[in-house]
Write a protein that binds this ligand. Structure first.
Ligand SMILES: Cc1ncc(COP(=O)(O)O)c(C=O)c1O
Length: 646
């Protein structure tokens, strides 16, 4: 209201008004009004069949309402409701996020066609008849820009806004132009509006009957020949394109935050170099040292370093003798390798469901146990330990083996005991490139059972009775026996060297992850568009991943669009995980005893934000800024009751 009054008063005091000049302008405006009324009436009569067909098509394909009213800045800064054919999904019009986006998912297919042909603007002929608009005049701005009519720009408010003008011709493809910039709203205000205003002032200076006829003729040509532009407007177009090009270049210099970066120190690099110089690269003393250190760290007697977590899981299943005819219960929200290893030993994966913390729900495990069940593989998703007490109890009651997939949980604890030091038969860790402890590729499997350890050690290297170090070192013996058909899963000393240094820093690196997770939690907890992750007991979560859940009922976009909006702004996210039943390979190979409804329901909401120890404070601040910006831009507004016109 305040802005409105100020504009009206300033407009009234404009120096252009007064005396002779005023009467001349009044006559000119009267003539313009007469032409508007006649022109709009004729145009409405001629286009009546088109108006009817379009109205019918919207009613049939998109439903009602057929028209949509948008609050715009009218003459003298007065608000008015501009009418258009509705091009968005019902209700989207009320969500109030502007429309400066060519790819706006709310625009229907029919809407796209109407927008491309500009037929959606046709109902504005009624605004012209009502005296709110002219045939020719500056396009009416969205009401939210009312405050920007300052200084020289106030003169534009002397005019009735129009269907078309010079600026309309230059900005014919405004939506397209803005689709490549990061912040369409900002670039519109900073780069497009100044050019528009310059053209609107040009029109104001030149305004007469001849100019209006030229603008109308040029608009008609432009509707047919899109690339064409009268020569006098070309320099404005150049300025506009140059300015937007700058915006695109600036976007490429955005503060980008990768999804993950390794955290490797110089001493680890030097250690790798010295391994390379040592003459021994495969499994040897470095791997031995890593195994011993990891055993002390997690509190497990037997540690086997391998070349992946997948290898560790496979060795555990094979080592425990799980095979054809057996069933293994696991979670649907995991990486494919958890399932693949079950299939690879010939057993049947049975999918339970998840609980509110995204981890496997022990109650759903209990419902799936049959006489054929041999093992449970819980996955500590994101680094949050599962409810192991309940799982161990089930295992004990039904005589089942427990193999923990701790790919995300290196360094996490459960009830004060490190993951790996508990009661499970085996626990597999991943040292993959993105993991809390990384050796590029790599992993380890730990077990309290000497028997299982011995079997896994043999299976790990082709089923050979002794490893290469024992055969080729000075004290070694050339002879070996193949006692099983094993795999090639051993870790190299190059990886071992990196692992030793990473393990020494693991608590420190995990503390940094936890610190970042807490900063994220504080930033997002109060925002209704998001649900922050379940935290677990302080200090126990490994915070491998920060899985933010989108409250989709509070947003006008889906997860895919949210992901892209984040990437557009330089923040790279990921999704953990696509539920197992959704992968085509498993369709015929999984016996779905119960629907994993919770996992399937949660999946469309999951968005993993960057979280790694090498993140700087400014990276973290940038992620928060971008999540908030995207959330605010696409949040669902409380619908305002706007009556439908038809
Ligand atoms: C839950 C889960 N299990 C197993 C794995 C396999 O780990 P690796 O790549 O070390 O085999 C991953 C990998 O990301 C994982 O996320």
């Amino acid at each position: 209201m305040h802005v409105e009054t100020r504009i009206r008063l300033c407009g009234a005091a404009a120096p252009l008004r007064g005396g002779l000049l005023r009467s001349h302008r009044t006559r000119r405006f009267a003539l313009k009004r007469l032409i508007d009324v006649c022109g709009a009436s004729i145009a409405l009569l001629l286009s009546a069949p088109v108006l009817l067909v379009v109205a019918l098509a919207i009613w049939l394909f998109n439903g009602r309402p057929i028209l949509y009213r948008s609050k715009r800045v009218g003459r003298f800064g007065e608000p008015f409701l501009m009418v258009k054919f509705r091009s968005m999904v019902p209700g989207a019009d009320l969500q109030g996020n502007g429309a400066i986006q060519s790819q706006d998912p709310r625009v229907t297919r029919l809407g796209k066609l109407l927008r491309a042909t500009k037929l959606d603007e046709l109902p504005q002929l009624f605004n012209v008849l009502m005296g709110e608009m002219s045939l020719v005049g500056p396009r009416p701005e969205l009401w939210r820009y009312v405050g920007s009519f300052q200084g020289e720009r106030q003169q534009i408010l002397d005019l009735r806004p129009g269907l078309t003008d010079w600026a309309t011709l230059v900005n014919f493809d405004e939506f397209l132009l803005l689709s490549s910039v990061a912040n369409a709203d900002r670039e519109y205000v900073d780069r497009i509006r100044p050019v528009k205003i310059a053209l609107q002032l040009k029109y104001l200076r030149e305004m007469n009957l001849r100019t209006d006829i030229r603008v109308l003729l040029h608009t008609a040509i432009k509707l047919v020949v899109r690339r064409w532009l009268p020569s006098e407007l070309r320099k404005f177009r150049q300025t506009l394109k140059g300015s937007l090009m700058k915006a695109i270049q600036e976007k490429s210099q955005l503060h980008t935050v990768p999804f993950c970066l390794p955290d490797v120190t110089e001493d680890a690099i030097e250690e790798v170099v010295s391994v390379l110089r040592s003459g021994w690269m495969t499994t040897g003393p470095q791997v031995g040292e890593l195994e011993a250190a990891l055993g002390r760290f997690v509190g497990s007697k037997h540690v086997l370093a391998v070349n992946s977590c997948t290898a560790g899981l496979h060795l555990a299943l094979a080592g425990l003798g799980i095979g054809p005819g057996d069933e293994v219960i696991t979670t649907p929200l995991t990486f494919c390798s958890t399932i693949n290893v079950i299939l690879q030993v010939g057993a049947v994966p049975i999918l339970a469901d998840i609980g509110p913390d995204l981890n496997i729900d022990p109650r759903s495990i209990a419902r799936l146990i049959t006489p054929r069940t041999r093992a449970i593989i819980p996955v500590h998703i994101a680094g949050l330990p599962c409810n192991m007490e309940a799982i161990w109890e089930l295992a004990q009651t039904h005589n089942l083996k427990v193999i923990e997939d701790a790919a995300h949980a290196t360094g996490a604890s459960y009830r004060g005991v490190r993951i790996g030091g508990g009661q499970s038969d085996a626990v597999a860790f991943s040292f993959y490139a993105t993991k809390n402890l990384s050796t590029g590729e790599g992993g380890a499997v730990v077990t309290p059972s000497e028997e299982l350890y011995d079997r896994m050690r043999i299976l790990c290297l082709h089923g050979i009775s002794r490893d290469a170090w024992n055969r080729y070192s000075e004290k070694g013996n050339w002879h070996y026996d193949v006692v099983e058909c094993g795999f090639k899963y051993n870790m190299s000393d190059i990886m071992g060297a990196i692992g030793i240094h990473q393990l020494a820093r693991l608590d420190e690196m995990n503390a940094r992850r936890a610190e970042i997770a807490q900063v994220y939690n504080q930033a997002f907890a109060a925002l209704p568009e998001f649900q922050i992750p379940a935290g677990g007991v302080l200090g126990e979560h490994a915070w491998h991943l920060y899985i933010l859940r989108l409250n989709l009922d509070r947003l006008v976009i889906d997860r895919a669009r949210f992901f892209n909006e984040m990437r557009e702004r330089g923040v790279n996210c990921s999704v953990h995980f696509i539920p197992i039943p959704l992968h085509p390979y498993y369709h015929d190979r999984l016996e779905m005893r119960a629907p994993c409804t919770a996992a399937l329901d949660e999946y469309p909401r999951l968005l993993t934000l960057p979280l790694y120890s090498a993140m700087t404070d400014s990276d973290v601040a940038r992620v928060i800024e971008v999540v908030r910006e995207v959330g605010a831009r696409f949040k669902k507004q409380t619908p305002v009751a706007v009556p439908a016109l038809v």
